[in-house]
Ligand binder design. Structure first.
Ligand code: FES
Length: 574
């Protein structure tokens, strides 16, 4: 085994002198580590990201594992993407984080990397980087946070916030109750404790084979998470010695496994965008139609909020992701290699569900199939996504008149206006909230139910946008309409009162306006002026791909296999 780091530490004498001296300046004797793999620990800990607050402790446990196995751990900070604080959306910075991690790996003497993630976008960003860098890589998450209670009821992160928020707007929750909810809602470190985007993405990392089996759902404060961190540290050293790289793990078959897992979990719609982006980094094309195809034959099995009732603590106790995969074993590509050096089939050989209330059997699924559906039609020629498992069955076939909000500001200004011309059959449409439009593809797609409808007892209406929604949200929400309004999509031409027809069974989303009128509107359409004339947001607007292509930057996705090569730096004098 020739270590990549040798170019830095065992190359030309004068150069090695400089780099070995740099190690010595940190109190490390390079002779202690001669010939040993250098393991980068990419840490997305930040005070600006409450969900990743335990990653410092986990990094120490990873280092123990690396040292025990005979490697040299070198931790480095990366940008961190916290859903709560980052505006307009952490998604704006997913590609920036992927670049940060990839370029840090490229530029430094690293033989393998442990990727420490937790909050939603940190997981796909690191995996996109690992897929491009193709150095041995393994991921470890911080885990879901503990469960708190409000008035005796367990609180599901996000999901219950949306629910109680509706209660408050309907006048059924007092100011005092609202403050009490705030005090107990953020009940400790870790990721959202529902099957939101964070837990979906870490579960999919495990399904892809990039995380040690059974570790994604270990609670943030459970001692077994620290043990998993040490095991992860040990394993990455072995992976370097085995030359086990993402290119051997992140295959087309692995992405099919991840899609199956997503569907069995009833997981976040955001995963669709992230999986397409990750696969794109290995030059694997994942069309939206593949998600729909697999959805038709994958049962929905996991009874967790927001699609179901329970929280991540019950999921872990029930057997976690391995138990889900075991249940759909016959639908998976079991020969796919994973970070353990074993196949997925070997990893889950002994797995089973210990709680059929939480992880259902194939014989008694929550639904036979179709947790997600991909819609097309004149309103979404390149596709749109709906999370059927968290939607209202009675709205799966619906025709209604559009109530259009031209952007998020317009939505905020009018959604609670008693004069808003809306009823239970209306279809709420949000325009200009897509990848280029904001920019950043925020989670504004689960438009709040207008207050006057809430007060009348209406709890769901059809909502359509070119935006995303939180993985913790629920409702009959059509998302990721492509192309988006800012890219000239038809969604930008919808007017108040137009009739829209949604038919999930036939996977159809139609704007029932005649072609002549649509041509007139298109001829009159003008792109909105771009506010961002410089900097990263401008780069994003100019290069982000549409939702059906994963919203990666066009220049980060290889266009052919030859572009998969990770160009090594020239290691010379600085
Ligand atoms: Fe960070 Fe949900 S907000 S995991």
């Amino acid at each position: 085994m020739t270590l990549r780091s040798n170019q830095w530490f065992a190359n030309r004498e004068e150069l090695a002198f400089q780099n070995r001296s740099a190690l010595r300046s940190m109190g490390l004797n390079p002779d202690d580590f001669a010939g040993k793999p250098v393991i980068g620990i990419a840490n997305s800990w930040s005070d600006l990201n409450n969900c990743n607050a335990n990653l410092r402790d986990l990094a120490e446990a990873v280092k123990r594992g690396v040292l025990l196995e005979g490697g040299l751990p070198l931790e480095f900070p990366t940008i961190s993407l916290g859903e709560e604080f980052m505006k307009p959306s952490a998604m704006l910075y997913r590609n920036l984080m992927a670049m940060d991690v990839e370029e840090t790996l490229r530029a430094n003497p690293i033989d393998g990397v442990v990727l420490l993630c937790n909050c939603d976008k940190t997981t796909p960003a690191q995996l996109m980087a690992a897929a491009s860098a193709d150095l041995p890589a393994i991921q470890l998450n911080g885990g879901p946070r503990a469960i708190s209670h409000f008035h005796g009821e367990p609180i599901g992160s996000g999901t219950d916030l949306w629910r109680y928020s509706d209660e408050r707007r309907a006048g059924r929750l007092s100011d005092a109750d609202w403050r009490e909810l705030e005090a107990c809602y953020g009940c400790g470190v870790g990721a959202c404790n529902t099957m939101g985007t964070a837990s979906t993405m870490t579960s999919l990392s495990e399904a892809l084979g990039m995380m040690l089996p059974g570790t994604a759902s270990i609670p943030a404060t459970d001692a077994r998470r620290m043990q998993a961190a040490t095991a992860t540290g040990r394993r990455i050293v072995q992976m370097v010695r085995e030359d086990l790289r993402p290119s051997k793990i992140l295959t087309a078959a692995a992405f099919d496994n991840a899609i199956r897992a997503l569907l069995a979990l009833g997981g976040s719609t955001n995963a669709v965008v992230h999986l397409i982006a990750m696969a794109g980094r290995r030059n694997i094309r994942l069309p939206l139609s593949r998600f729909d195809e697999l959805a038709r034959t994958t049962p929905f099995l996991v009874n967790l909020m927001p699609s179901g009732q329970h929280l991540m603590d019950r999921f872990y106790a029930a057997g976690g992701l391995p138990a889900v995969l075991a249940e759909i074993r016959d639908l998976l590509n079991l020969d796919n290699l994973t970070v353990t050096g074993k196949t997925l089939g070997e990893n889950i050989a002994r797995a089973r569900s210990f709680d059929r209330e939480v992880i259902r059997s194939r014989e008694e699924p929550l639904a036979e199939n179709g947790a997600l559906a991909v819609l097309t039609g004149n309103l979404a020629p390149r596709g749109a996504v709906i999370k059927v498992s968290a939607a209202s069955p009675k709205l799966m076939r619906h025709r209604g008149r559009a109530v259009v909000f031209h952007d998020y500001e317009d939505l905020l200004a009018r959604i609670n206006d008693p004069a808003l011309p809306v009823d239970a059959d209306s279809v709420l449409v949000l325009q200009n909230a897509g990848p280029k439009g904001v920019p950043g593809f925020p989670e504004w797609g689960s438009l709040p139910i207008p207050t006057k409808l809430l007060q009348a007892g209406v709890t769901d209406v059809v909502r359509i946008s070119d935006s995303r929604m939180s993985g913790t949200a629920f409702g009959t929400v059509v998302l990721h309409v492509a192309p988006e309004a800012a890219a000239g999509g038809l969604i930008g031409l919808v007017h108040d009162g137009d009739v829209i027809e949604l038919d999930v069974e036939s996977r159809s989303l139609q704007l029932l306006v005649d072609d002549a009128e649509l041509s007139r509107r298109r001829a009159a359409w003008q792109p909105r002026p771009i506010k961002h004339l410089r900097g990263y947001p401008r780069l994003y607007i100019d290069h982000v791909l549409q939702a059906d292509e994963g919203c990666d930057f066009d220049f980060l996705r290889p266009s052919c296999d030859a572009e998969l090569d990770f160009v090594q730096p020239v290691v010379g004098r600085s």
